[in-house]
Design a protein around this ligand. Structure first.
Ligand SMILES: [Zn+2]
Length: 478
């Protein structure tokens, strides 16, 4: 039996409804050994060197410390106390010593330091343009609110914002393209091919209900045309107060108790957890989603991933539908399953979609992705400490499987960036072509070759530079 901590250590990590369903049917033991390294390390190393050279330029750009303000200390940019900070027109300034003089420089922590509208502190225009900054350092707290079923975000200044002031050009071309592919301006909330059947427990926080329904509707609208016939998706929204209710549902009973105990214990930020899949029950194939949280949830003290969990779970229905819509036999072992859908595709693919759609704009999506990468890379350094493109290769291979637990954790973040690269390179069409292979492909390698024309190895090689640059942009790890 899989250790529960594998599935439950982080909030949204509970997602393998189909795997559990299949385990229940076949009562099999999962192989727990990590897959052997199937790619020769020297291949990665050779490519790694050339990629490293290419990405030196990127790392210099990303360092972005204090270059935009002229170095000459004029009377207007002198400051009096070393270490003090201020925010002017969205840019954060820090007081540092230059030679014998204390001057204001753009702080490396500023998320808008590259904005073309940066105004030198002390200049006369700064007083007339003075406004509250919407910038947020993702290494600080990431607090979101809900207003009219839409997300708001609390900036470091303390004020809540409904949008982000950064221009698309400050983000990478891959990220811009991936974001626009998943957020077509023509998209409405209409989803005629998807019928939701809600079971909302009275204990579920009422302020989350309309938001959750809207998020699921938006997901269904995005994937509506992927479903070839109309499908029903059952959605259960529950909390730690619903233990008796859960006892009637073996799927929930198997997945939820670990999280509910954590909500009871109240010794960490509560979170939203979820699970989803598409399977046959009593002769009818349906999508199934559960979302569970603490009944006492407070949006100012919650795990930062919560806004995207509903979209992440909906995408698991899409993945499962893609694989089982023609009722292909369920793989009888987890490693057999992972050969068709490696964990970095299952969890990371779901995260690429959810992180790039749930946060409402490119800037917040980007900050949330940065936090996801930074937080998990920091927490799992004892497994692989990402310092080079070679480490990225090792992590791509390692996250094909669920074990060790660090591989499970990292599949969410490295996978998110890997499939962001697919979306940014081959568009949503290319991504859907991969999904369309899952019903028949014997392996993920075959699915990739028949969709985007890359072997799995070539995919790793081609995307690793981008993936590494995203990891590198979050340095230093904590
Ligand atoms: Zn998942």
């Amino acid at each position: 039996m899989q250790k529960e901590t594998n599935q439950f250590r982080l909030g949204p990590g509970v997602t393998t409804g189909n795997v559990f369903a299949s385990r229940r049917r076949h009562n099999i033991k999962w192989q727990s050994a990590m897959a052997p390294l199937i790619f020769p390390v020297k291949y990665g190393a050779v490519v790694g060197r050339s990629l490293r050279r290419r990405f030196c330029a990127v790392s210099l750009l990303l360092a972005l410390v204090e270059p935009t303000i002229g170095s000459a200390a004029t009377a207007s940019n002198r400051c009096s106390r070393i270490g003090s900070t201020k925010v002017v027109s969205g840019a954060r300034f820090a007081c540092v010593k230059r030679g014998k003089t204390l001057v204001w420089v753009v702080s490396s922590k500023s998320t808008v330091a590259s904005s073309s509208t940066t105004i030198a502190p002390g200049s006369t225009t700064s007083t007339t343009v003075a406004s509250v900054s919407d910038s947020l350092n993702f290494k600080n707290r990431m607090i979101y609110g809900i207003k009219n079923a839409r997300l708001t975000r609390r900036a470091d200044s303390g004020a809540y914002f409904e949008n982000d002031s950064r221009k698309a050009e400050v983000f990478s071309a891959i990220r811009q393209k991936a974001y626009s592919e998943l957020n077509p301006s023509s998209l409405t909330l209409s989803h005629p091919s998807v019928e939701f059947i809600y079971d909302i427990r009275p204990s579920f926080p009422s302020f989350l209900i309309e938001f959750t329904k809207r998020e699921l509707s938006a997901s269904a609208a995005l994937w509506n045309d992927f479903f070839r016939t109309k499908i029903q998706v059952r959605v259960t929204l529950a909390t730690e107060k619903d233990r008796d209710y859960i006892r009637g549902n073996s799927w929930l009973e198997m997945n939820l108790p670990g999280s509910l105990r954590r909500f009871d214990a109240k010794n960490e930020r509560p979170f939203i957890t979820g699970g989803a899949g598409y399977w046959d029950e009593d002769g009818q194939w349906r999508g199934n989603i559960y979302l569970a949280t603490a009944s006492y949830l407070d949006l100012t003290y919650v795990n930062y991933e919560w806004p995207q969990v509903a979209r992440h779970e909906f995408f698991h229905v899409v993945q499962d539908y893609a694989m089982f819509r023609t009722q292909r036999a369920r793989p009888s072992t987890e490693s057999e399953y992972n050969r068709i859908q490696p964990l970095h595709f299952r969890e990371g693919g779901a995260n690429a979609v959810s992180y790039l759609t749930a946060f409402g704009n490119l800037g917040w999506s980007s900050d949330a992705m940065s936090w996801l990468v930074w937080q998990r890379a920091s927490d799992n350094r004892r497994w692989i400490d990402v310092k080079s493109v070679d480490d990225i290769f090792q992590m791509m291979i390692g996250t094909e499987q669920r074990l060790p637990n660090e591989a499970f954790e990292m599949s969410y973040s490295i996978g998110a960036v890997m499939y962001e690269w697919i979306l940014g390179t081959y568009g949503l069409d290319g991504f859907i072509k991969i999904l369309n292979q899952l019903a028949t492909a014997k392996s993920f390698d075959e699915a990739l070759q028949k969709s985007v024309g890359l072997t799995q190895n070539e995919f790793y090689v081609k995307s690793a530079g981008y993936v590494f640059s995203v990891f590198q942009s979050t340095w230093p790890y904590r």
